[in-house]
Design a protein around this ligand. Structure first.
Ligand code: AMO
Length: 421
């Protein structure tokens, strides 16, 4: 490893001669003196050199200098009498100025040049928040006795609905890119009782919207021995609280830069039944529209002071075949969604757990069991009452950071049109 100190550690080395390494963020030449601002993973360092030529922006450099106080320097310390070694020279200037505090390029330009554009602190910040969220998700569920699993992304049958699935050629046989780890996470409840997975899922989304991607990161969990969906909702509440706590602890700089106010998670997130949500929004549709979700979120904030709202009891007809019905209310399910700041963030619920119930549920939808034999195996051998949920990481980060478009929250988004970079 190149022996160096980080920008954020400079203060600890006052008076010493140290080496930093990073990218030339900006250079400024005055008459008698030049400034070189170097960016590393922890922040910025200013080096003050005698006037002269400095390597261009995005050069990779190693700078050895003496740490001195500098009232104009980021962090209050700077490097004087620097020796600059260039490790890599860029062959082209960046597509827009990375040192300007505000991003001066439009989103398509940013996305077209993602490998360099994401170096801009404002564009990197949502990715830091996303990473801290995942770390918090893992921490929270590890604490609750969950085991992390990894399930196949190349699968033989669709899980969520046959419509938006990508087909692929698998050694001459038809196969699909997994829309969800649904079947596998349920099967693994039979092994570990409590499991989670952080992984990519694929949706052949024909919608060109600010909240849909063709590939996104799903934070999935599944747990056994639940009484009903409410036990799952309680675990989800802990996961969300853990994610927020981790973001607060690990990404304070990113939060600051973006001016993000993190939400409070109530000890118990308020919940409305689907039929009540319909009544509140004067609707008789079997699903909630994005407008209704926005309205309900505002209602929850006014009525309960919460930025999170559970909607429970979605109609069975609108949920996948593995959904457990509400034994007390025919036609309604033990499935729920979690709304956050106006958007559906999580889907979850209690599942069927008896083999015969699966056979009946599939038959009721005009499907045989043949395509699902691999899945149904678990239920032939005894499965506890269980349930789980899936949280869309990019939607979470978008809602947290106030990003208007989900494409701003993932490094290399895949959508209807974009396959590169
Ligand atoms: P669902 O299909 O509702 O449920 O997906 C769960 C969550 O994933 C996010 N999401 C998306 N994010 C970005 N782009 C998309 N195209 C997209 N589609 C969905 C949303 C959504 O709430 N197996 C069930 C989960 C379960 O019951 O455990 C499932 O996949 O945030």
């Amino acid at each position: 490893m190149i022996s160096r100190v980080l920008s954020a550690e400079l203060a600890e080395h006052a008076g010493q001669r140290v080496t930093i390494a990073g990218w030339v963020h900006r250079r400024r030449r005055l008459k008698s003196v030049s400034f070189l601002i170097v960016r590393d993973r922890s922040g910025l360092t200013q080096a003050v050199a005698a006037s002269g030529d400095l390597p261009p922006e995005e050069s990779v450099v190693q700078v050895t200098g003496t740490v001195a106080t500098g009232s104009q320097a980021p962090g209050g310390y700077e490097l004087v009498s620097p020796e600059i070694e260039v490790l890599a020279q860029p062959s082209a200037p960046p597509p827009f100025d990375l040192y300007r505090p505000v991003v001066s390029a439009a989103l398509p330009t940013v996305l077209d040049h993602a490998p360099v554009a994401l170096r801009h602190p404002m564009l990197r910040a949502p990715l830091e928040i996303s990473a801290a969220s995942v770390a918090g998700f893992r921490e929270a569920l590890d604490r609750l006795g969950f085991t992390e699993i990894h399930t196949p992304k190349i699968v033989g049958s669709a899980t969520e609905s046959g419509a938006n699935v990508f087909g692929i050629d698998y050694f001459g046989r038809p196969a699909y890119l997994a829309q969800s780890p649904q079947f596998y996470k349920q099967a693994m409840v039979g092994v570990f009782e409590r499991v989670y997975e952080v992984g990519p899922v694929f949706r052949a989304e024909p919608h060109d919207t600010v909240r849909h991607l063709a590939q996104y990161t799903s934070l999935d969990a599944e747990l056994g021995f639940v009484r009903d969906h409410r036990d799952v909702m309680a675990v989800l509440r802990e996961a969300v609280a853990g994610m927020l706590e981790s973001v607060r602890r690990r990404a304070p700089g990113a939060l600051d830069l973006l001016g993000v106010m993190l939400p409070e998670v109530p000890a118990e997130i308020p919940a409305v039944h689907f039929s009540e949500a319909q009544r509140l929004t004067s609707s008789s549709e079997p699903d909630l529209s994005p407008e209704q979700e926005r309205w309900l979120s505002e209602w929850a904030l006014k009525e309960h002071g919460s930025e999170f709202l559970f909607v429970t009891g979605y109609p069975m007809a609108k949920r996948p075949f593995y959904t457990h019905p509400d034994p007390a209310r025919p036609g309604y399910s033990n499935g729920f969604d979690l709304l956050f700041r106006g958007l559906e963030l999580v889907t979850g619920g209690q599942r069927l757990h008896r083999y015969d119930d699966y056979v009946r549920a599939l038959a009721a939808r005009g499907e045989g069991t043949q395509a699902y034999e691999g899945y149904l195996q678990a239920f032939r051998y005894g499965m506890p009452p269980h349930g789980g949920f899936a949280l869309g990481l990019e939607r979470w980060t978008a809602r947290l950071t106030g990003a208007a478009n989900i494409r701003q929250t993932t490094a290399f988004p895949r959508d209807l049109h974009r396959l590169s970079p």
